[in-house]
Design a protein around this ligand. Structure first.
Ligand code: COA
Length: 271
């Protein structure tokens, strides 16, 4: 049974991973968090997975942490249980932030509080216009913990982050896109189609370059310009040594074969 709280299918190199507790609005219990870590393990290095998409079954993406099973029941057991539950939740979000494959959050409905952790952990995010986002913590008497405050400050400007966290008012997908919580919002009926389109573009890119790039975007945000310049040299040189000549092939197809222009698209990956 516990395995059912997260499901996945793999179609054309896209892993569609779903929170699957629709009757509990996909809130994150310790069981969900443990299973999600296993799923990350199962999918990360599979050759038939090029892009990882995280979405939710039913009307919710995720209603945040499970107030009963994550908070109340662990608090009753003692600090050790709370800390263990935090490690499990934060553990898979951290793992997702540095995942080997590009990741996309597909926000189909409710997205509250703790769900901002995995939202930020995904490299890209696309929401239904009808989706609802909220830092609801203030409404039940806590601060937005578990990284949610950090996510708001990373993605949203100061005034909006402060308003969002203090007021406990929800915003829809369009406002979330305007604020930068997600890349784009589209009508729910078009959401999977748009995410598939984006995933298919990612699948045409050099996978080593994708991993190096996604890590670089996250890492350099905390660096001085000089440190970033140096990091990027090292990161590119490390990527070259893993890349099976993809970069040379890219140069060849542009300079010698003249079959594409890097400014207008990607070189053709070898089959
Ligand atoms: N923790 C625990 N249980 C939750 C939950 C959460 N975060 N979110 C939803 N549930 C449970 C409800 O208790 C209810 O359980 P029940 O059927 O056993 O009574 C079930 O999921 C369905 O929720 P319900 O509130 O009836 O659904 P809704 O569609 O009317 O409303 C929400 C959806 C998301 C608006 C509402 O459930 C909600 O406010 N959830 C809490 C969101 C939140 O503050 N999360 C932040 C946590 S950090």
């Amino acid at each position: 049974m516990s395995e059912d709280v997260v499901t996945y299918t793999i179609e054309n190199h896209i892993a569609w991973v779903k929170y699957n507790r629709p009757e509990k609005r996909n809130c994150m219990s310790p069981t969900v968090n443990r299973r999600m870590m296993e799923v990350l393990d199962e999918l990360e290095y599979r050759d038939d997975v090029g892009v990882f998409v995280l979405t939710g079954e039913g009307t919710s993406w995720s209603a945040g942490m499970d107030l009963k099973e994550y908070f109340r029941e662990n608090e009753e057991k003692g600090l050790w249980a709370t800390r263990k539950a935090q490690r499990e939740a934060y553990g898979w979000w951290r793992r997702l932030r540095w995942y080997h494959k590009p990741t996309i959050a597909m926000i189909n409905g409710w997205c509250f509080g703790g769900a901002y952790g995995p939202l930020f952990a995904c490299d890209l995010a696309f929401a239904a216009e009808e989706a609802t986002f909220g830092l609801s913590e203030i409404n039940w008497g806590i601060l937005p913990g578990g990284g949610a405050t950090k996510v708001a400050v990373e993605l949203v400007n100061f005034r909006n982050a402060m308003y969002h966290a203090l007021m406990g008012e929800n915003i829809d997908g369009q406002k979330a896109a305007e604020w930068g919580l997600v890349n784009e919002a589209v009508p729910l009926v078009k959401l999977k189609e748009r995410v598939t389109e984006v995933a298919n573009v990612l699948l045409t890119k050099n996978p080593v370059a994708l991993k190096a790039t996604k890590d670089a975007i996250r890492r350099v945000s905390e660096m001085t310009y000089d440190n970033a310049e140096d990091y990027l040299i090292r990161a590119q040189e490390a990527a070259n040594s893993h890349d099976n000549n993809g970069r040379k092939e890219g140069i060849k197809q542009f300079i010698d074969d003249k079959t594409y222009k890097p400014g207008l698209g990607a070189y053709k990956l070898k089959d």
